[in-house]
Design a protein around this ligand. Sequence first.
Ligand SMILES: [Zn+2]
Length: 433
Amino acid sequence: MAGRDLASIVTVMAILGGTAGYLLSDHYSNATDTALSASAAETQHSVESITETASIPDQTPRHETVVLEQGSNLMAVLTASGLERTIAYDAIEALRDVYNPRKLRAGQEFELVYSGDTQDSYELLDVLSFQPDPETIVSVSRTDDGFNASSDKIELTTAQNVAAGTIEQSLFLAAERNGVPLPVLMEMIELYSYEVDFQRDIQPGDSFEVMYQELNNDAGERVRYGDVIYASMTLSGHEVRLYSYTDSHGDTDFYNQKGESYRRALMRTPINGARLSSGYGGRKHPVLGYTKMHKGVDFAAPPGTPIFAAGNGNIARIGPYSSYGNYIRIRHNDSYSTAYAHMTGFAKGLRQGSRVKQGDVIGYVGATGRVTGPHLHYEILKDNVQVNPMRIKMPSGKMLKDKELETFLADAQILRKQYAELSLENRKIASAD
Ligand SMILES: [Zn+2]
C-alpha cells in the first residue's frame, strides 16, 4: 500500500512538472521565470531520489504518459497502453463520478501507473490521473473494491510581481514590451477607465507602474495571474496612484493616494468593447437632418451587448420614453444621475426604485426609439442637466476617514515599499542575464 501511495505522489509530481504547456503564454515573459523553473527542477529531483530508495524490486510500478489524439477517446488510449478492455471500461465508469470524459480535449495528457503485477497476462492499473486545467487534478485509483475517482483542487500560493514602462505609441505596446501580462493590463485599463479616456488622454512620455499577484503551484510554476494590488499612471505629468485596500468592514476597493475610493466614481463608458460613435455637443442630427445639440455620447455596439450601471444608485425611471426608446435613468446621489437609451430590453427584475450597484447589467444595446442603428445613448446629468460624460470632473467616491484613513495610508506605504523592492530585484535579475 505504501508503495502505491508513493507511486501516486510521484505521478502527481510528474503531472505538476509537466504543466508548462498550461502556463500562460511566454509571450509576456518576465524576469522571475528563471528563478521559478530552477526551484521546480530542484523539487522534482528530490522526489525522484525518494523513489529510487523506496522501490520494491519484484513489483516495480510502471509509469506511462499517454496523450489523447484528435478523434480518439479515452477507451482507445487506455487499451492501446495495454489495459484490458473491461478494466479500462471500469476505470472510465469510475471517472464519470467526478469528471465527464466527453469534456476531454485532444492533447490531454494522462499519467498511468501500473502496479507491476499482472492478471491474465494484462498489467494491473493502479492509478490514472490527469489535469483537465492547471488548478485541478483528477485521479482514478484502484482499491480493493474497484476503482475510485477523485477530483482535487491544487493548492496555489500567491506571489507578487511588478512591471513598469513609458508609453511611446500606445499603452498596449508599452505594456507588452515591459512584460505586463495581458490580464493584468486589462484590469489596469478597467481600473483607470473611471477617470481616463484611453483614446484621448494617453500621450507619448506618459508612464505606468503595476504590482500584481501571481498564483503558483507546488513546483513554483505560475498557474495564473491574480489581482492588481497597486498601480500608478502618470499622464501629462500628473500621477494617480491606486492601492487595493480592504477596509474594516472587509470590503476591498481601490483608493487613490488621498484615500478616495476610485471605483465609486461614475463610469465614463458603461459598456465593454464599444466604439464611441458620436460625441457630445452640436451635430447634424442623423435622422432629423438639422443641427441639434447632442446631449449625450453614443457607443456603437452589436445588439444585445450588456449595458452596466455607471454607479451605485436607484432606478428613477424605466420603460419606453419617446424618442429615447427603452430608457433607464439611475439616480446616484443628490446631484448626479445617468441615463441609458435605445435599449432592446432591460435586465430581469428591474423596476422603478430598484437598487443597482456599479457594474450591474441593467439592459442590452438595441435600436428602439429614434435611431439609425443599434447603439447606446448615454447621458450623465448633474442637477438634472446633461453634461459631457467625457469631460466632466467625476464626482469623487467614498473618502476614507480618521482611523480608517490612517490604516490605509500605512498599508499604502507598505505596498509602495514592496513595489520598490520587487522592481529593484527584477532590475538586478535582468542585468545579471
Ligand atoms: Zn445619442
